[in-house]
Ligand binder design. Structure first.
Ligand SMILES: C[S@@+](CC[C@H](N)C(=O)[O-])C[C@H]1O[C@@H](n2cnc3c(N)ncnc32)[C@H](O)[C@@H]1O
Length: 256
């Protein structure tokens, strides 16, 4: 018979929620009445702005340039790795939703940020099943088991850490990207380079690596998580500054 007791992780998250509520109560109580009213009004306005922004994202999703996550490599992944892949894609969604809030310059802050819509291709049954268990976000623009190879792509660049050429400037309004739906634990070299070459015997689909070596001290190859790659793209297409996009996105532990 199934236990009606809450699981340990449920108990933990209840505890975290209670602690958070307590800290908030104490924080609000430490203010004067006027300060508290001002703080709560500001919080409400920001929430409203965020909700409006998220609705705008959903409404305009079809007009954004696209990032495709090529999940054709996921048939060998175990449950834990599939969850990790989904988690990283959810981090991309979080980045997309907070794009308006990132530290853009004053001039840029007035403009609507440009985002890349998130599209999942070539997924297998095991990814689909895990996804259904975790819940699929409405911010995923499209999801298809069709292979990236059979989707007609105009002006797309396959990103791979093994590419021989750096990605340079590109037109964010017309350039789409393909990122390998691969998590760290399954890293084996050249998966995406080989895939790009196989789709692309006549080299119409470009394969590029991010220009990390130019802006980071280490001269070795950098293999990043997909959410970091997505964040760099988003930052770059809004600032057109590689150095800023890379330094603000790549975690310290990787920069060395
Ligand atoms: C964890 S990496 C997987 C690396 C894997 N060995 C491969 O062959 O692509 C996940 C994906 O992020 C992108 N990526 C990671 N680091 C990158 C870099 N330095 N330059 C370009 N793309 C990168 C690639 O699309 C890659 O497939």
């Amino acid at each position: 018979m199934e236990s009606t007791e809450p699981s340990k992780s449920k108990k933990d998250s209840q505890k975290v929620r209670k602690n958070r509520q307590k800290a908030r109560r104490e924080f609000l109580e430490s203010m004067s009445k006027e300060e508290r009213e001002e703080f709560l009004l500001k919080e409400k306005t920001e929430k409203l702005q965020q909700t409006k922004y998220e609705q705008k994202l959903l409404d305009n999703m079809h007009t954004f340039p696209k990032v495709y996550f090529d999940c054709s490599f996921c048939d060998t992944l175990v449950f834990k790795e599939l969850k990790s892949l989904i988690l990283q894609i959810n981090c991309c969604i979080k980045t997309m939703k907070s794009c308006k809030m990132t530290d853009l310059s004053e001039a840029e802050a007035d403009q609507e940020p440009l985002v890349y819509s998130i599209n999942i291709t070539s997924y297998k049954d095991n990814l689909q099943e895990t996804w259904e268990r975790c819940g699929v976000s409405k911010f995923i623009h499209s999801k298809t088991p069709e292979d990236i190879e059979s989707i007609s792509l105009t002006n797309a660049i396959y990103l791979s850490p093994d590419a021989t050429e750096d990605l340079e400037d590109f037109d964010p309004l017309t350039t789409n990207f393909i990122i390998g739906g691969i998590v760290d634990r399954t890293v084996s070299s050249k998966l995406t380079l080989n895939k790009a070459n196989s789709i692309n015997p006549d080299e119409q689909l470009q394969c590029r690596r991010l220009p990390l070596q130019k802006y980071l001290d280490k001269k070795s190859k950098f293999v990043l998580n997909i959410n970091t790659v997505y964040e760099i793209l988003l930052r770059y297409c809004n600032s057109r500054n590689w150095e800023e996009a890379i330094l603000q996105s790549v975690p310290m532990r990787i920069r060395g």
